[in-house]
Design a protein around this ligand. Structure first.
Ligand SMILES: [Zn+2]
Length: 77
């Protein structure tokens, strides 16, 4: 037997989307709020490799990171 009571499980997460700044790029990442450092660093790495630009972690956080509701089931991949 299964229960369907878990569909309301959600938590606050972070999402970064490169395409807000550079058209044509669909880089997008989602992570738990705790993982912000890693999210910022991976995004910086992406921007450097793909776009040849050096951006600071502060800049990424200020311009590209948004807070989102994350479905726990969806996050479990
Ligand atoms: Zn990009």
């Amino acid at each position: 037997m299964t229960t369907d009571k878990q569909s309301k499980d959600s938590t606050t997460g972070l999402q970064v989307a490169c395409d807000t700044a550079v058209s044509g790029c669909v880089f997008r990442m989602r992570t738990e709020a705790d993982d912000k450092e890693r999210l910022l660093e991976m995004t910086r790495e992406h921007v450097r490799e793909r776009h040849g630009k050096d951006v600071s972690l502060d800049e990424i956080e200020a311009r590209h990171v948004e807070t989102v509701e994350v479905d726990l089931e969806e996050a479990d991949q």
